[in-house]
Design a protein around this ligand. Structure first.
Ligand SMILES: [Zn+2]
Length: 527
């Protein structure tokens, strides 16, 4: 931090006295600069030396090894994705091309309560892997809990809580940026709020934040928001509602109230924020249709429960309800399969189609049987069309909302992933800024760069000014757009022309380069 500050003040002084360096490694000229702070754009050149932005301003006589003519383009800080599931494929696809082509230069892993525990071996392996973009991680509360006490549905003993606190502290020392919870998932859903707060206090003292896939995002979404706020308030740390949404028709419109809860909490000094992906469909396991009690102990226990007729009937009834008023949003057609490990041909098909192919009419009951069958065979990932556009836009407009994908690094052509992996950032810039005017371009860039950087305490990234690390994106504001669709997901976004990561061009003139300049980033508790 100290080094970054010195560099910053040196160039700040240089700018004041007109002593800009005159020779750069990379010089971007003639662009509209959107600096990530939310301020209106201005024309400037951007000079990069090594891995650092060395000058921003008119640089008419400067020389450079690499010149980028950015007339007509926007130059912005590289985007930061604070909720990513990239670890599944980062070693297979180290370019993270889907992210790169959206202008993302940093992804943050370990979301939803799930991360490697311990974190250090994973981060070490990653550091030895040449990757195109920066990689950071949270530590997952669910992973900590299951490593101490398995997937059981009971309170932790005082000894177990001490062990969990130590694992959380160790993860912070290893470089985590904070604690993620997935209180909707096993074993987060077995975790009392007080236990989360115990861990949050440890993480908060070491500079970390709390980010939560909340306990419930449908009929109890407001209680979940209150719980997330409470964890921040009593844990004494910043707290974030991740991928905020209202699932299921009866819950649409509740963002009015959830945003009010956030504002009230902020007014009394609780640092609560939100992130969101710009889609009206979510994506998670098909078992999300199941009642939570049915998932205790993991897959094997669930299958055992299904073999008892009375339990099976209860589970089936609950799935039918979920299809009606929750994740199914009133039609089994709204649930489509991303991937089933046991049968690749199911990718892209919806629950109504699969039910029909089994020779049954796609009623709620029959579709529930299909879901049970899929889970019994090993489970699938799925997409759920159950969110309203009004809620998406209202949440997006909140000044407390940043943009995050909740996506992953797809292997091009494999499975049928949610389009958010390919399109999140480009979709906000194209659809929500240019076409729908939900946000200004400056606000959108801020929500993708300066805001998540500040949230993560990444003080040397997220803004385009001298002294900051040179993570930079050059995009065409008239063309930037997402192309990935639910039924044709493997489409890269367009309009992002150049991406610079730590001073090196990882994407140049629409082509992925051979550079792999990404770094592992370490959080504030690193020792
Ligand atoms: Zn999640």
């Amino acid at each position: 931090m100290r080094g970054a500050f010195c560099v910053l003040s040196m160039f700040a002084v240089g700018a004041v006295f007109g002593q800009q360096p005159n020779r750069f490694d990379v010089l971007i000229t003639g662009a509209r600069v959107i600096d990530g702070s939310g301020s209106p754009w201005y024309y400037a050149d951007v000079g990069i030396l090594g891995d650092t932005i060395a000058a921003v301003g008119p640089l008419p006589n400067a020389n450079a090894t690499t010149r980028i003519d950015a007339r007509g383009m926007v130059v912005a800080p590289g985007f930061i994705d604070i909720h990513s599931h990239a670890r599944r494929n980062i070693f297979r696809v180290p370019t993270a091309e889907n992210y790169l082509r959206e202008g993302v230069t940093t992804i943050v892993e370990g979301p939803d309560g799930s991360s490697p525990v311990p974190l250090a071996p994973f981060l070490d392996r990653l550091r030895q892997t040449p990757i195109s973009i920066n990689f950071a991680s949270f530590v997952g509360q669910g992973s900590i809990r299951s490593s101490v006490m398995g997937l059981v549905n009971r309170k932790a003993t005082p000894e177990e809580i001490e062990k969990m606190k130590e694992l959380a502290a160790q993860a912070m020392r290893d470089g985590a940026f904070g604690l993620s919870t997935g209180l909707f998932y096993v074993p987060g859903n077995f975790t009392p709020t007080e236990e989360v707060i115990d861990l949050a206090k440890v993480v908060g003292r070491m500079g970390g934040i709390h980010i939560s896939h909340m306990r419930e995002e449908a009929s109890h979404v407001l209680d979940s928001v209150r719980e997330t706020i409470r964890i921040g308030e009593e844990g004494g740390l910043p707290t974030q509602i991740t991928h905020h949404k209202m699932i299921g028709g009866p819950n649409w419109g509740k963002s009015l109230e959830s945003l009010k809860l956030v504002e009230e909490a902020r007014a009394r000094g609780v640092d609560v924020t939100i992130d969101q992906y710009p889609y009206t469909a979510s994506s998670t396991g098909i078992s999300a249709l199941f009642p939570q009690w049915a998932l205790e102990g993991g897959q094997k226990s669930t299958v055992e429960r299904l073999s008892a007729p009375s339990e099976r009937a209860r589970i089936k009834a609950a799935i039918g309800e979920a299809l009606k008023i929750d994740r199914g949003a009133g039609d089994p057609k709204n649930v489509s399969i991303v991937n089933c490990s046991f049968d690749r041909t199911l990718a892209g098909k919806n629950l109504a189609e699969i039910t029909q192919a089994r020779g049954a009419t796609p009623s709620f009951e029959n579709a529930a049987d299909t879901a049970i069958d899929l889970v019994s065979k090993g489970g699938c990932s799925a997409i759920y069309h159950a969110i309203s556009e009004d809620d998406v836009a209202r949440i997006m407009r909140s000044p407390y909302t940043m943009i995050a994908s909740d996506g992953e690094i797809p292997v091009f052509g494999e499975e049928s992933p949610h389009p958010r992996s390919y399109g999140t950032f480009a979709r906000v810039l194209g659809f929500y800024v240019r076409e729908s005017h939900v946000l200004t371009l400056e606000d959108a860039v801020h929500k993708m760069s300066g805001y998540p950087a500040a949230r993560l305490k990444l003080w040397d990234r997220g803004q385009l000014r001298p002294g900051m690390k040179a993570d930079v994106v050059v995009f065409d504001p008239a063309k930037v757009a997402d192309k990935s669709e639910y039924n044709r997901p493997h489409q890269y976004s367009v309009g992002v022309r150049d991406v610079i990561v730590n001073g090196k061009l990882a994407l140049r003139a629409d082509a992925v380069t051979t550079e792999r300049p990404g770094r592992v980033l370490y959080g504030p508790g690193r020792q």
